[in-house]
Each structure stands twice: as C-alpha cells, then as structure tokens.
Design a protein around this ligand. Sequence first.
Ligand code: SAM
Length: 391
Amino acid sequence: MTERFTPRVIPILDQRDPGMVLAQAALAPSSRSGATQGELTDTLGRNLRDLRISVTDKCNFRCSYCMPKEVFGKDYPYLPHASLLSFEEITRIAQQFVRHGVQKIRLTGGEPLLRKNIEVLIAQLAALRTPQGKPIDLTLTTNGSLLARKAWALKAAGLQRVTVSLDGLDDAVFRGMNDVDFPVARVLDGIRAAQDAGLGPIKVNMVVKRGVNDHEMIPMARHFKGSGMVLRFIEYMDVGATNGWRMDDVLPSAQVIERLRAEWPLIALAPNSPGETAQRWGFANAEGGHDTQAGEVGVISSVTQAFCGDCNRARLTTEGQLYLCLFARQGHDLRSLVRSGANDADIAAAIGHIWHGRSDRYSELRASMPPDSAVAGTTDPRRAEMSYIGG
Ligand code: SAM
C-alpha cells in the first residue's frame, strides 16, 4: 500500500509549537477587540478576499497530474469521516473569514459533488453576509461528472456559478487524462445542465500538458468561443509530490497565446478584479476592439509568470487546516481550535493573527530557481497534494 502523505500542521493549541505563540496572542483578551473583524493585511500588504474550502479529499477521476492511480489506488487511506469538518463547523469558520473581508468562497476538493448533501452546506454558506450586508460570491469547482444530475439542486440551494474542469474534447484524450475512462459527452451534458439551471457565467478550466493534450487547445477554444463561457488554460503546476512534474511538460502561457493568435486575433483585457488568477484575452473584431459576442479566453500562468504579489486567497482543507499558499508545507489547525470550545471571536482572532503573519510567495521564489532544482519540482515529499489542500 502506498504511504499516505501526512500534512504538516501547526497545531494552534499546542503550546510547544511556535504557531501557538501566534494563536495564544490571538486568543488573549487584550487583542480580541482589534482582530475579530475587519480587513486583514499580511506582511506583504496583501488583503484576504478569497476562501477556498475543500469538502472532500476523494475524487472519482484519477488525472495523472493530480491524483495518479499508482498513488491513489483502492487502498489509499482517505481521511476518516470523523476528521472531516462538519457543515456547521465549515460555516462557522467561513463566517469568521467573511467578517475579515472575504467576499468570495469557492467549494472544491477532491470532487466537491461527492460530498453527501453538499446542497445543505451551500444553503448555509449562501446565507452569509459581509459586514456591509452583501451576499458573498459563492462558487464551486467540479470535474462535471455529477453536474447533469445535481445542477438544479445546487442552484436551488443558492450556488451562483460553477467552474468545470475539462482537459479536451476528443473522447480518447479525455478518457486517458481522467484515467477512469469517463466519457467527455457526460461532462458536456453537465455543462449544459449547469447553463440551463443558471449557474453562470460558467468558466471551463483546461490543464495543458505538453504532448498530452495541447493539440486540444484550438478545438476547445473553437467550441467555447461565442458560448458565453470562459475557457481558461492552466499551466501544469508542480503542486504536491506525486505527479512527477517536470518543466518539460509545461506549455508556457505565452506559447498558448501564440498558438491561439495563429487562429484568431486576440486583444489583452484588463483584470476583472485585483488578485484575479487568469490573464484575460478577448477575441478581437475587425476594428481591433473586443468582440464581446465571441467572448474571451484566459491563461493561468502560475509557473512561468508567478502572481503571488496580489494573492488574496486562503485555503481550508477538508479536515480544517488553514493553508496560506497552494505550495505550503504546513497548515494551521483551525479544527482543534473549533473543537476545543473556542467562541467565534477566538476563531476570528486566530485567523487574523495567522493572516497578519503570512509571507508566502512560493511561485515567485520558484521562478528565481533553476527549473530542476529541488524546490522547483515535486521532489519535496512535505508538499501537500492538491486533492488534500483543495484546488
Ligand atoms: N475535482 C474538482 C475539479 O476537477 O475541478 C475540483 C478539484 S481539482 C484539484 C481543481 C482544479 O485543479 C482542476 O481544474 C484541476 O484540473 C486542477 N489541477 C489539479 N492538479 C493540477 C496541476 N498539477 N496543475 C494544474 N492544475 C491542476
């Protein structure tokens, strides 16, 4: 049996750990009033805006770049149910994040639609309000396999939109990439159901692996052009320690854009919001302006053009570890805090202290390393897997 990745966790209540110094300070009555709500800024001046919550570490796909079959086999020891945050615990923690300026929550995993009764959690999160009384932007990332069945229930529960992962339109290529022989037609049915249910604007994410599915980029762009959906090409990332990442497998976004430009004229578009992960490119009209009917594509270049400078994201794992970077080796143990009887102010104060101490900028540091150095590859077994931390 494959040995399971063991996350390194900063146990907030462990007095022997330096993390405790932070958490203790957060819990001290004198610091409570100032840290329990309001905007948070980290050591690099970045605000907290976006929370990604992983609701399961399980997935029904075995994409080799994420959950390779050889590692995530049938004996793989997934987290036991008791260690998962309950919906009430997730909502309570999320509420404290919203008090601290989070405006957007994305549910992810693993495959989030595998979590039983996910609609119940969605309804609870949809009821959250910012300190200004506004609803949060609530979305979910899915492989689309269960969308056709669930889209309407998700919408009824209060989900606003979805992002669907799809790595190609060619059935053989897609079945090969998901490695469970799942047909592309069923994901396309799921996307259609999401559109019909009003879960838009829909984004479609395609991870591009050089020599594996890069020939699918143009057919994908052609398919989604003019559909109202935004296709985004993601550079294959060195996340986790099991996918055997090599720089040679990455197709840099600059080359993605070059290939698209050989088919269509494109113009660069301004970001929709600060900290947006994708760079936007619009299909151009005859006058060189943006053809809004044709729409746009995006590229997410976390390998070749790191965007740590305005990263406003935090990640809550299935078992309640708070990660401040997708590439972090350690999480902060919010579950123990919640289960030890902490009140809402205590939780909010701990989040405040953790964010104030944040200095992660892994992708920028990696960019300054030789491509095959230990830090710039998946040779570090302490790295958290994407399926654990939440994509
Ligand atoms: N199961 C859901 C899905 O397929 O969208 C949510 C979780 S998945 C980990 C989230 C996203 O991360 C997917 O779009 C997936 O393709 C992407 N992803 C996983 N591993 C990646 C890697 N090594 N590089 C780039 N993207 C990756």
